[in-house]
Design a binder for this molecule. Structure first.
Ligand code: NAD
Length: 544
């Protein structure tokens, strides 16, 4: 336990209890006791937000040392309520607020941010927060929460992080009619020029900053990822000296981070399934319920798994069946399919099915993945069918929060008599069944995005390319220890800082390999040296 430096002791006498000045009860222990005295998750969230703002090192020590217990109060599920209640529980600003009315001046406004040397920004427009829809300016808490996890999970320094909310109005009538609502009181605008100005402002104000897009509605998420991710593309940028700017230095966690984390779990799942059935690992048919940013992002990442293992893209895509609210996604369904769904739609002329049950019955899949936000959509009949097709069916109900999960762990275990290979988006407790205890897996993005971000920072990556994302998934899949390897799909969360460092090292090396790393020192570094270097740089606070 540290005490306040001797030099300042004389000046502080009488200004605080002696135990605080000379080092008495640990501030982290006190913070934990105060946290435990709060009754509800949202009270704990508010308390932790204040602690982060007033005693940063204490807050992060508390988070790092109690990561499993505290995560739910700084991010999902509590952050959902914090976004919904933002204008009611607001006490002080904790993000950069860029409103549509500020267009034309974004770079100037951004330069008001007190910290320099920003290395990572998380930005949302609040248009599709978790499974909760358009929460307008309240979406800023998603950016704040995510960066808190970057600090806690990867050891990125808090002062080099920047949460940003783009306030472009909201279509949420409840918010527009709320007298306390803090955002712009207007219908949401969609304006690519505003996004371009924002993107250019970050790049010119904070040249080393990686931008992570978060919780944009699906179409915007795909559009802006595609627009900004490649280092070769150019956009008009009045704030840049030449009036133009190369893009790159960004990624979208809902699409790429989710893709990586689910691919990691899927790789370990197909190994277990193949060991049980004796069938080849790549012999898979996969049905997805939900074809939004996460559904298509995950499906595309899994397609890459098959193409990197010898299949052509067409052959790989044939393994996938996407189902959305209108049924099986096909080229000839008769509606206007958005481009991201078209990438994986089934060819014209095949059967048209309206329900998941019909699709599962017809396809007889080896894996069923839910990213639909429809709680309970994997019914008993569907899960039992899955159990009848395969010795170990793979079922990933990934929608959040828990009540939107497509099925519970307990039901999946019960309906398959313990044979299911299961991962969910929200955590589920272990289940007792037939005299055995089954531990659940959570395909939590928290296992991957801190490592991806840290790897990009270390490499000074000028883009986050497919090789880097794919490598992050392999690194995560490889990170099971002896106690996890034949039973779990993911490593346990308490090892997150080590896992993030390992992922970061492999992402950084992939950046070097693909010409995306601007840090020339990494090229000749041995893998073990790089890992040790990354660990030595992780923020590891000692509060006084
Ligand atoms: P989204 O809103 O972009 O997509 C939802 C999709 O589900 C849409 O395609 C929609 O058409 C479809 N859908 C809605 N109702 C349906 C119905 N009745 N039947 C079939 N499909 C239906 O959302 P998203 O970003 O893709 O996220 C989806 C879910 O995935 C969320 O609950 C989110 O929390 C979860 N998620 C989990 C993880 C994870 O586990 N690591 C990561 C990201 C997202």
């Amino acid at each position: 336990m540290a005490s306040i430096k001797q030099a300042t002791v004389a000046q502080l006498r009488g200004m605080a209890p002696a135990s605080v000045i000379h080092g008495g009860v640990d501030s982290v222990q006190r913070a934990l006791a105060q946290l435990n005295s709060k009754d509800t998750p949202i009270e704990k969230y508010i308390y932790l937000s204040q602690l982060r703002g007033t005693a940063k090192d204490t807050f992060y020590r508390l988070l790092i040392d109690n990561i499993i217990d505290i995560c739910p109060y700084v991010y999902t599920p509590t952050v959902g309520a914090a976004c919904q209640l933002y204008s009611t529980i607001y006490r002080k600003p904790d993000a950069l607020y860029l409103s549509y009315n500020d267009r034309g001046n974004l770079a100037e406004i951004m330069s008001n941010w007190p910290q320099h040397g920003i290395r990572i920004a998380v930005v949302s427009d609040g248009s599709r927060i978790l499974g909760l829809g358009d929460l307008g300016i309240g979406g800023c808490q998603i950016a704040v929460g995510k960066l808190t996890l970057y600090v806690g999970g990867a050891g990125i320094k808090p002062d080099s992080t920047l949460p940003i909310i783009l306030d472009m109005g909201t279509n949420n009538e409840t918010l527009l009619n709320d007298p306390l609502y803090l955002g712009l009181r207007m219908k949401r605008v969609y304006d690519d020029a505003f996004l371009d100005e924002f993107y250019a402002a970050v790049r010119t104000t904070f040249p080393d900053c990686l931008i992570q897009f978060e919780d944009f509605s699906s179409e915007s998420a795909f559009k802006y990822l595609d627009r900004y991710r490649h280092k070769e593309s150019l956009i008009q940028a009045p704030s840049a000296p030449s009036g133009q700017l190369h893009t790159g230095k960004c990624f979208n966690d809902d699409i790429q981070g989710t893709g990586a984390v689910i691919l990691a779990g899927f790789i370990n799942a197909v190994k277990l399934a193949s060991a049980a059935s004796g069938r080849p690992i790549l012999d898979q048919r996969i049905v997805f319920l939900g074809a939004g940013s996460a559904g298509v992002g995950v499906a595309m990442q899994l397609v890459e798994f098959f193409t990197r293992n010898g299949f052509t893209e067409e052959e790989a895509k044939q393994k996938f069946y996407l189902v959305d609210s209108k049924g099986l996604v096909t080229d000839d369904r008769g509606d206007n399919l958005p481009a991201h769904k078209r990438a994986l739609s089934r060819k014209a002329g095949g059967p048209q099915f309206k329900t998941l049950e019909e699709v599962v019955e017809h396809v007889r899949p080896s894996a069923l993945i839910g990213l639909s936000t429809v709680g309970g959509a994997f019914s008993e009949k569907i899960v039992r069918m899955m159990g009848s097709f395969k010795a170990r069916p793979i079922i990933f109900p990934l929608s959040n929060p828990s009540h939107l999960s497509e099925c519970t762990f307990e039901d999946a275990i019960k309906w398959t008599n313990g044979r299911v290979i299961f991962a969910s988006g929200s955590p589920f407790k272990a289940v007792e069944h037939g005299g055995s205890t089954y531990e659940s897996n959570q395909g939590n993005n928290f296992l991957s995005f801190p490592g991806i971000g840290l790897g990009c920072i270390v490499a000074k990556a000028n883009e986050v390319n497919d090789d880097m994302v794919y490598e992050s998934a392999l690194a995560l899949a490889d990170s099971l220890d002896d106690s996890e390897i034949n039973t779990l799909l993911y490593p346990r969360l308490h090892r997150i800082r080590d896992i993030s460092a390992t992922i970061a090292a492999r992402v950084a090396k992939a950046a070097v390999r693909t010409g995306a790393a601007e840090n020339s020192k990494l090229g000749g570094m041995a893998d073990t040296d790089l890992l040790a270097y990354i660990k030595s740089k992780q923020y590891d606070p000692t509060p006084c």
